[in-house]
Design a protein. Structure first.
Length: 327
């Protein structure tokens, strides 16, 4: 007779065989990627951005749920403040985990818990952490400034992870800069219950990112990213100002990252920059459009399936055993 998992045992509660989640990256983490990660023993996550069409969302969620394995979805709190409809659609598909981040989870967290999902929140500083320690959040995702995509640029993963683990008995997941078995071993040894991995999965075959985007990530070095709001300003996206994004440096970011006020004036004066950025995104022009990736791009090969990535990351056990025997 098997024992029930302890209340704080996230992997046991979700039936995972690998302590791995793909980050819910809007524009990269669709249903096919989520299904592949879940089928490989981790927890696949679907990333839901702003302005997504309901038919697209329904299709991707159905794909994620199709294998009959645990899965989850990530949404943006600032988007849900306008309407909870995307969350309602998500909950109709019965996700095991719902992550609501980038603003106060508020009513969205309560709605997801009432539907039977575990609720997670990404945190990027000590104030975020205090909010995540409140009773409506089940899982804390510590996202350091090394991570790709949107988030804060204030604290690195390891200091924030240590702070969270010292302050809560809730399951804590580590995100930001993790892309190899060694990285997974490091955060698990510290006490994280799982690793939340974005960049490496963004470049894998099941990602819905354009092939040119995947190639750019695989070709990047560790020093080739920049934290910037320039892409959001150019597209007139209403991201809260405290959440910029880490992306690969390109011609556009080199021109505008340190001159945001001038960029804002240009955008206000004429729609041309916004129109050009829209075209660059459609064409996957990586010299102009954002390619969101973390510092771990420098240790991401690309061209792998999600199952290959999970199998490789599962090698964390070798490093944990070696460290334990060494000391």
């Amino acid at each position: 007779m098997s024992l029930s998992p302890a209340p704080g045992d996230l992997s046991g509660r979700l039936g995972l065989t690998q302590p791995l989640l793909n980050a819910p990256m809007a524009g990269a983490a669709g249903g096919r990627l989520a299904a592949a990660v879940s089928s490989a023993g981790g927890l696949g996550m679907v990333g839901i951005g702003s302005g997504v069409a309901t038919d697209w969302l329904e299709r991707e969620l159905a794909l994620a749920a199709a294998p009959g394995k645990p899965w989850g979805a990530g949404l943006m709190a600032w988007v849900l403040e306008e309407s909870l409809e995307p969350l309602r659609v998500v909950l109709e598909h019965h996700p095991d985990l719902v992550c609501v981040s980038f603003g106060d989870p508020g009513a969205a967290a309560s709605m997801a818990r009432d539907a039977g999902s575990l609720v997670a929140m990404q945190v990027g500083n000590a104030a975020d952490l205090q909010r995540a320690l409140e009773g409506d959040i089940d899982v804390v995702v510590v996202r350091g400034s090394e991570g790709g995509g949107h988030g804060r640029n204030e604290v690195a993963t390891l200091p924030l992870l240590q702070l969270a683990l010292d302050q809560t008995e809730k399951p804590v997941l580590a995100a930001g800069g993790i892309a190899t078995p060694r990285g997974v071993a490091a955060v698990l040894a510290a006490g994280a219950q799982a690793a939340w991995i974005g960049t490496r999965f963004a470049a894998c075959t099941e990602s819905i990112s354009h092939a040119k985007v995947k190639q750019a990530i695989a070709a990047a070095g560790m020093d080739d990213t920049v934290y910037t709001r320039a892409f959001d300003v150019a597209q007139q996206l209403p991201w809260p100002a405290e959440f910029g994004g880490r992306a690969l440096r390109n011609q556009f970011s080199d021109r505008w990252t340190d001159d945001l006020e001038a960029l804002q004036r240009e955008v206000a004066a004429s729609p041309s920059i916004t129109e050009r950025m829209g075209a660059a995104r459609r064409d996957a022009d990586v010299a102009q459009a954002p390619v969101y990736a973390g510092q771990s791009a420098g240790i991401t090969r690309g061209g792998e399936s999600a199952a290959d990535v999970v199998a490789d990351l599962a090698g964390f056990r070798t490093y944990l055993r070696a460290s334990a025997s060494r000391w």
